[in-house]
Design a protein around this ligand. Sequence first.
Ligand code: ADP
Ligand code: MG
Length: 244
Amino acid sequence: MTEAPILRVDALTRRFRGLVAINDLSFSVRAGSITSVIGPNGAGKSTLFNLITGYLRPSAGDVFFHEKRITGMSTDRIAAGGVARAFQIARPFRDLTVEENIRIGALFGKHGPRDVPATVSRALRLTGLQALQDEHTSALTVGQLRQLEVARAVATRADMLLADEPCAGLNPAETAHMIDVLRQVRDGGVTVLLVEHDMPAVMRVSDRIVVLDAGNKIAEGSPDEIATNPRVIAAYLGTPDPMT
Ligand code: ADP
Ligand code: MG
């Protein structure tokens, strides 16, 4: 018997007036995986994240988390259920230290005030921020601030982390480090759903990839399968779709 997916998107559609941003999209995310959603600009990636986290309501279709229907629930309820989003949450509190920022994530997370020290040290460990825990966030680099956003999401005790372009604007060394952080987060038991433009990074870190183009799923598979898929190559190079 195969394990139930942690997240299941079922025939999801979202229209904006005449535009179909997400079109009859279905896919599943396996617990413990890093699953990436890729696609050209305007493919519908951010809309998908907004639908999963409750910032947008679908025009049709459903989202299931742990096989429980979360479609149309408030952002707060979805977050409290264990879905965290990094990089869209509020900026860090500049006057506070790294550890204090993470503690706030823990206090407002699923476990509430219980287990705060253990939750904070786990988040510091998984994101490699222990050495910086007493730094004020105003002293951090862009790459370290991104790590802090992941750490705050992890500190909420979420089961699934949605990361929208965590490597955007990072240099190659910072990108490589972020990839390591995402792997450690996954290995620490948090499923990762990733949107990222840096293709080499996506290919290195993903267990599975879903490819969107103009709201449609055009491919799904392992990094090797995706890298050699003619429809994917055509979508990225902007050449006519060879399959139609
Ligand atoms: P991506 O993140 O893949 O670049 P988006 O999900 O942001 O794509 O956008 C998908 C499509 O939906 C685009 O054509 C975009 O212009 C449109 N869109 C996104 N959000 C809105 C909105 N709130 N109102 C109208 N159109 C939107
Ligand atoms: Mg986007």
